[in-house]
Design a protein around this ligand. Structure first.
Ligand SMILES: [Zn+2]
Ligand SMILES: [Zn+2]
Ligand SMILES: [Zn+2]
Length: 399
């Protein structure tokens, strides 16, 4: 996983340039420098993100700077994030400042500082911790018990379930894992990449003008993806982006393109460097689809994968057509055709029972597979519309 040095977006190793602002990964020390500068920006949202990243990277050289934030800031969330980062970095220089936070910080920051002190094994902070024992929560009390030797492990914050960064991980491993999904594994993986993108994009758009500017240059999102963006976000990020976009269109209403050509006919090869005129999510779909198609193409040579794939539900029809056009005629292509056929026939049988039981009011007799047969049939025939299956196959360069 890597961070964009310009807009701080998180990407997997399958992304070579930032898909939000088009920046190169760049040298890590420049990025650390930007994060350190942000600590003095006075913008609390920006500081929060910077300390989170610094904690994640475990950057020791910024510890004095983080300590300064802990002393100066009066924002509860900044203080909490900074205490967490100092605990994660694990440098004992921070003990005195964390003890101060335990004594006089706001509630959430106290708790985070107590956890950090326990992580640092700072037994010298026990007096301070015991003094505020009554206002500490479960984690703070755990920290005291740990430092007193009454708990074997230091306290830890409940972690959010780890989210895969966009295009992160070995695609062949992922496809093996996803081959027993009820719907197309390629669509499912692309959908996860989209949700990874949308999990960070509105937030970054609110923080960085470079993100808003890039979206303006790309002429916004296409219709389908704007719908998805609208569904997942209601934040200031969406507002910031839409206002930049509207302002852009207002400059030349007649010249603004409508959304139909977006992504429908983009060449993935030219899609990467050139942002103008292509919806960012369509661009992501193109890159992701190429990556998974290439990986599945290599996997069909593997007997164990073929077995797992046959036992599953296979790919959607658009992805089947993409895949088939790339497998040379011969035994493998025959296997692919037969497997797709078998998957479709299984669906035909399920659809028949689904329809019959629906008509005869026997819904209570439906099996789990039958109950979801209609939606699966829809996905089998068309793929998931959000990922625009087959997007990377159309090659007229428009982006
Ligand atoms: Zn970026
Ligand atoms: Zn698909
Ligand atoms: Zn799009």
């Amino acid at each position: 996983m890597w961070y964009c040095s310009q807009c701080w977006a998180e990407w997997g190793e399958g992304v070579s340039r930032c898909l939000i602002c088009d920046a190169d990964p760049g040298p890590p020390e420049v990025f650390i420098g930007r994060l350190a500068e942000a600590l003095d920006s006075g913008n609390d949202a920006l500081i929060q993100r910077a300390v989170r990243i610094l904690g994640h990277l475990g950057t020791r050289e910024v510890v004095p700077h983080l300590i300064a934030v802990l002393k100066i800031s009066d924002n509860e969330f900044v203080l909490e994030g900074t205490a967490r980062a100092l605990g994660a970095i694990g440098d004992r220089q921070a003990v005195a400042a964390l003890s101060d936070t335990v004594r006089s910080g706001p509630r959430a920051a106290r708790e985070a500082a107590a956890v950090a002190l326990a992580t640092l094994g700072a037994t010298e902070a026990l007096t301070d911790l015991r003094r505020v024992e009554k206002v500490l929560g479960a984690l703070g009390l755990h920290a005291i018990e740990y430092l007193e030797g009454r708990q074997p492990q230091p306290p830890a914050f409940t972690q959010e379930p780890p989210r895969r960064a966009v295009l992160e991980g070995d695609p062949t491993v992922l496809l093996r894992e996803y081959s027993n999904r009820p719907t197309c594994p390629i669509c499912a993986l692309m959908l996860e990449d989209i949700s990874g993108f949308l999990a960070q994009w509105p937030h970054l758009a609110a923080l960085f003008s470079v993100v808003r500017e890039r979206l303006r240059q790309s002429d916004g999102f296409c219709g389908e993806h704007l719908r998805v963006v609208g569904e997942v976000t209601s934040s200031q990020g969406l507002g910031a982006v839409l206002s930049a976009w509207v302002a852009h269109v207002a400059q030349s209403p007649a010249g603004a393109s409508n959304d139909t050509p977006h992504g429908e006919a983009c060449d993935p090869a030219s899609a990467l460097p050139g942002i103008a005129g292509c919806c960012p999510l369509c661009r992501l779909c193109m890159i992701a689809e190429r990556r998974y198609l290439e990986a599945i193409n290599g996997l069909v040579n593997d007997v164990s994968f073929r077995e797992a794939y046959s036992a599953g539900r296979g790919v959607c029809m658009p992805h089947f057509r993409c895949l088939r056009s790339e497998v040379p005629p011969g035994a493998l292509r025959r296997w692919l055709d037969q497997t797709q056929n078998a998957h479709l026939e299984r669906l035909v049988i399920e659809m028949r029972s689904y329809t019959r039981k629906h008509e005869q009011r026997l819904r209570h007799e439906m099996t789990h597979d039958e109950r979801y047969a209609a939606i699966r049939a829809l996905r089998k025939l068309r793929g998931n519309p959000t990922v625009k299956p087959g997007i990377s196959a159309s090659r007229e360069p428009r982006c």
